[in-house]
Design a protein around this ligand. Structure first.
Ligand code: ADP
Ligand code: MG
Length: 724
């Protein structure tokens, strides 16, 4: 399954219904068409370069427009050779002294050209260069302006592949500044620059979509001026997030995103929902069987959900609650009230292990309520699967618990009233949109343990109502958290031995190695063997490369208490429940996001014994960056996921460094949630106002806003508007 799950096919069977509106898709304003063609339409871009450019920006010219320079070559910096520093970008006026061609039998050796300016020498270095071209471009005795990165090479200087060589007599001077674009192997700066420029030329004059008062107050340039400006920085200062052109574009991008969410929200809720009003008997029976009382927050959230279920409007609600805050039981009780009203419920977990555990933990309550449930996983085959599907279709099973992959084409429900999606952070808005589209009348409840900073939540969840469980069940003790260098591994292993002797269980988490599952698995296997040598049969291993039955067996031995130490990659993040686990060791903790570490930490201290978390970090204490130290400290000092998430955002600061790209959050090209947070809030309220005043986007500004949505490819919602 892809990292975003598998929604299109997943939802097909079980949420099938009429599409909301049956009219033809709205079309993109034709003035934008030149930006949405193939890259090969751009001059100088053939199939080969198109493939490379696609890697760094995207498949269409508009993606090039949305790919901003990462730096700028400042050619006003023109030192003499002896004043250049190692690593700096400089423009030099030099005399070409001598060609040093590699010997004929060593074709792979670089071709060097010696040049000087009276204060010193520099070697221009070319790999796999054509000798003819070099002799023509750099004739001995000629004067040339060259620009590029100066490097120290022993006590000499060199410049590898200058990015510009100019004959001052023939070509005049160089532009004083040139943007630097992201590149990939085989794609040169020159090609990328040219393609980007060509794409930029295709940006047409566009109608203004921002309000006059906003433009005046913020001193925003027009969209056209702004997009040109950000592609032509003169100095690094021009690239700063506070630059008015950057701010204008950030605001545009946020507005597009927030408007799309606001429209989606509006459309979702306009679709006829159903009222689920139960008699409360099943819920009462299940609550009576609970060995504990619900916390105040659980009760509050359950109330919010029930109000949604009973209202005619369709429910699309997110429950945010830290690990261990008790979301599962809230979801189940909500499901029971839908079952009371005669409909079925689907409960989707992100992994098979978790689906199994959910059902197991629900069983006593289901029994008390007399509700029939089944587990549906990818492993059900043949007769057994067919029987389960029939049970769902004919409606004599009321609850299906499973993974997303399970709800594939052939799964049909008799009457699905509520879909509960656990651990939603693996899905993005787009996946949710698709889910909405198919699920006519089916209420949707999403549960996530990822605490999200408020600003980020605006961009990710603007289409949902949000409930929060911040209160933990009583008696939870804070997990004692320490950072220890990996060099003290032996001590840690002895600590683990003591914990096991005291009757506890231990998780040992190995990190993903450069997002490479194979390497990660190998690392985990190695650690497993070492720990096995010390602890023997008490150790189990689980990682993403193992087959499901093996994985399950390992996890089961651990969660049933028969194994004491579980070596795992982050597959356990959302998975295993072992109440007796008291210690979690996380190797190379510095490689994890704070939110992820916090989630992992939530695996211990779930029972009545206090837990501890050991963050093993690579390198010596002095080698950790200040930020890393600060981040690990946050974790030691706070147990509140929301607080941790806010701190993480603050410490990581701007840009896409939020570690959100992989988690289904919308990505921004021109805006940064960290740097432009206040613009995001403005855009959110503007978007809500627009949807209130002009829900069909039919006014003059509404038409301009449609163009905005298309430009940023946030046009999904437009297609669902009734009229255009
Ligand atoms: P999460 O929010 O991480 O999904 P779970 O639903 O798995 O949390 O709950 C964690 C543990 O807390 C479970 O063992 C559950 O039975 C228990 N639990 C849930 N609510 C309460 C409560 N109100 N009081 C005591 N224990 C609770
Ligand atoms: Mg959970």
């Amino acid at each position: 399954m892809s990292k975003f799950g598998d929604f299109p096919s997943v939802t097909r069977g079980f949420l099938d219904g009429e599409p909301w509106h049956r009219q033809s898709p709205r079309v993109r304003p034709s003035i934008l068409n030149p930006l949405f063609t193939d890259l090969t339409d751009l001059p100088g871009v053939g199939p080969k370069f198109a493939a490379l450019i696609q890697k760094v920006s995207g498949p269409r010219p508009v993606d090039l427009v949305l790919t901003l320079p990462t730096g700028v070559i400042d050619r006003s910096h023109r030192p003499m050779i002896d004043a250049t520093q190692d690593g700096e970008h400089a423009t030099l006026t030099v005399t070409i002294d001598k060609h040093e061609a590699p010997p004929a039998n060593r074709r792979s050796a670089p071709y060097r050209v010696l040049a000087s300016d009276g204060t010193g020498f520099i070697r221009l270095v070319f790999f796999r260069a054509h000798r003819d071209w070099l002799e023509k471009t750099l004739p001995e005795g000629a004067t040339r302006i060259i620009s590029g990165k100066v490097e120290a090479y022993g006590n000499q200087r060199q410049m590898v592949h200058p990015d510009a060589i100019v004959d001052p007599e023939a070509d005049g001077d160089l532009p004083s500044a040139e943007p630097i674009y992201p590149l990939t192997a085989g794609l040169q700066q020159k090609v990328m620059l040219k393609a980007s420029r060509a794409a930029l030329k295709r940006v047409p004059g566009l109608p203004e979509w921002q309000r006059d008062d906003v433009l005046a107050r913020e001193k925003f340039p027009t969209f056209g001026d702004a997009i040109y400006a950000v592609h032509q920085p003169q100095t690094r200062l021009d690239m700063a997030p506070e630059n008015p052109a950057r701010r204008r574009l950030a605001y545009d991008e946020f507005l597009a995103s927030q408007l799309a969410l606001a429209l989606t929200r509006k459309i979702q809720r306009s679709v006829g929902g159903r009222r689920f009003v139960g008699d409360g008997q099943l819920v009462a029976a299940a609550r009576g069987a609970l060995p504990f009382a619900l916390t105040g927050d659980q009760d509050k959230v359950l109330g919010e959900i029930k109000a949604d279920l009973e209202a005619k409007q369709k429910m699309v609600r997110l429950v945010q609650g830290d690990v261990g805050s008790g979301k599962t039981v809230v979801g189940l009780l909500a499901g029971l009230s839908v079952i009371e009203a005669g409909a079925q419920v689907a409960f989707m977990a992100p992994t098979e292990i978790l689906a199994r555990q959910h059902l197991a933990s629900m069983e006593p309550l289901l029994e008390a309520a007399g509700v029939s449930a089944l587990l549906l996983t990818g492993r059900d085959k043949g007769q057994e699967r067919a029987a389960k599907l029939r049970a769902l279709e004919e409606g004599y099973v009321q609850l299906a618990v499973g993974t997303h992959a399970v709800f594939s084409e052939d799964v049909a429900f008799h009457d699905l009233g509520l879909a509960i999606i656990d651990e939603q952070h693996r899905f993005g808005v787009q996946q949710r949109l698709k889910l909405q589209e198919k699920g006519r009348g089916t209420d949707v409840l999403v549960m996530t343990a990822t605490p999200i900073p408020r600003t980020l939540a605006l961009t990710a969840y603007g289409d949902m109502d949000v409930s929060q469980i911040r209160e933990k069940p009583p008696g939870r003790k804070p997990v004692d958290t320490r950072a220890i260098p990996l060099a003290r591994l032996a001590d840690v292993v002895e600590g683990v031995a003591r914990a096991i002797d005291a009757g506890g269980q231990v998780y040992w988490v190995c990190p993903l190695v450069e997002a490479n599952e194979q390497l990660s698995a190998t690392a985990a296997e190695e650690r497993f063997r070492e720990l096995q040598a010390r602890f023997g049969e008490q150790v189990e291993l689980v990682h993403g490369r193992m087959k499901s039955p093996e994985k399950d067996a390992a996890v089961r031995r651990f969660s049933e208490g028969n194994a004491k130490l579980l070596v795992a990659t982050t597959v356990i993040e959302v998975g295993v429940n072992a109440p007796d686990a008291t210690v979690i060791v996380i190797e190379h903790a510095e490689r994890f996001g704070l939110a992820q570490l916090h989630q992992l930490r939530g695996r211990v201290g779930r029972g009545d014994k206090p837990g501890s978390c050991i963050l093993l970090y690579g390198g010596a204490p002095g080698e950790l960056s200040e930020t890393t130290k600060a981040r690990l400290n946050v974790l030691r000092q706070s147990q509140d996921g929301f607080e941790i998430a806010e701190e993480d955002l603050r410490l990581r600061g701007s840009g896409d460094a939020l570690g959100t790209a992989q988690s289904g959050f919308p990505t921004f090209h021109l805006a940064s949630v960290g740097d432009h947070g206040s613009l995001l809030e403005m855009a959110t309220s503007d978007a809500n106002l627009i949807v209130e005043q002009d829900p069909e986007l039919s006014s003059e500004r509404g038409q301009a806003l449609r163009t905005l949505l298309y430009f940023f490819s946030r046009d999904d919602a437009i297609r669902r508007l009734r009229s255009g």
